[in-house]
Write a protein that binds this ligand. Structure first.
Ligand code: ATP
Ligand code: MG
Length: 316
């Protein structure tokens, strides 16, 4: 009996020790896990900061084109305002004259005489023909500027990196709209086939396309017959966004280093070498992959291939 009790006590002590050991290990694991979670949160935060910083650098590249694009409607709106100002003086004089006539401080003959003089200096017909066009052109110019500014603000504003079910075609279209002026030296062709909606961050995808298309247009800058083809389609359950150019193309060494942070072959001030690093981060964040086909002197095709995610982050 004593032996049995002793064995029981020994077994109990051993079990308690094992339980204590397990509890200690669990505590350590919980602590490690929470440290890991904190690290993941920090990493996500750094990635968001990096994407925002890259976006600001891209804005620098876009700025020259955008300034040019705003300049044209701004110039004709300002010139129209000048014409309207001169019409304004003429209308004041006309209204004053009518007022004097209505209040009988001037007689009919003097009124007609001054009216004829006024018509000679500023033809009534010409002014009335001119006015609607001046106003509608100015309104159109200002609308154009406000659209450009809205696009820019949309691009530059830090977006919550939350995803939703969206059609990636919208991101491609908004990127191309933003780049319209930048691409004037190239023939831009776009082909949009219907694709499935997927769990994605549209503003991030748009940033990917802006960067790839800027690269394509920079690669074509010495090409008189520059062509950029952007295609969106779905193949075997995968969403493809291809950007093809007939620019300078890339050597194998360049392709090998293309995602390295700060790798650039462009002159100082023209490239920061962060565009494709950011593209890589965003595409992989969407569980996608990038395929690069390029040959020196022939051009390049950069394809971003995404799975269709039909549940929160799960491939369907
Ligand atoms: N379509 C392309 N045609 C030819 N070369 C390309 C193309 N896309 C990328 N490259 C090469 O890859 C390099 C890295 O591209 P990345 O976009 O990361 O940097 P960048 O364009 O030099 O600078 P930025 O940070 O302003 O984008 C480029 O310098 C260029 O040599
Ligand atoms: Mg680039």
């Amino acid at each position: 009996m004593d032996d049995f009790k002793q064995a029981y006590l020994l077994e109990k002590a051993a079990r308690e020790e094992a339980e204590q050991l397990l509890a200690d290990k669990s505590r350590i694991l919980v602590a490690l896990n929470s440290e890991l979670e904190q690290k993941i949160t920090d990493l996500k935060c750094h990635q968001a900061l990096f994407i925002q910083a890259e976006k600001m650098a891209t804005l620098g590249t876009l700025c020259a084109g955008v300034a040019h694009e705003i300049n044209n409607p701004l110039a004709y709106s300002m010139s129209n305002i000048d014409s309207l100002k001169s019409h304004c003086a003429y209308f004041s004089e006309l209204l004053e004259l009518c007022d004097e006539f209505v209040c009988s401080t001037t007689d009919k003959e003097a009124f007609c005489q001054r009216l004829t003089q006024l018509n000679r200096s500023h033809s009534f017909r010409a002014v009335s023909d001119d006015l609607p066009e001046l106003i509608s052109d100015t309104a159109q110019g200002l609308q154009r500027i406000s659209k450009i500014v809205a696009n820019l603000l949309d691009f530059s504003r830090p977006k919550s990196h939350e995803k939703q079910f969206s059609d990636m075609t919208d991101a491609v279209k908004s990127a191309l709209k933003l780049l319209a002026n930048q691409l004037k030296h190239c023939q831009l062709h776009s082909h949009f086939s219907p694709i499935s909606v997927s769990w994605c961050n549209l503003s991030a995808i748009s940033q990917v396309i802006v960067n790839i298309v800027i690269n394509a247009s920079q690669a074509c800058k010495n090409n008189d017959n520059a062509n950029i083809i952007v295609s969106v389609y779905e193949l075997e359950g995968r969403i493809h966004i291809d950007v093809e150019d007939n620019g300078c193309g890339m050597s194998e060494q360049t392709i090998a280093k293309i995602y390295d942070p700060f790798f650039t072959t462009k002159p100082v001030g023209e490239g920061t070498g962060m565009g494709m690093t950011m593209v890589y981060a965003i595409v992989h964040e969407h569980q996608g992959e990038i395929d690069i086909q390029s040959a020196e002197g022939m051009g390049s095709r950069i394809s971003c291939i995404f799975p269709v995610l039909n549940q929160i982050g799960l491939e369907g």
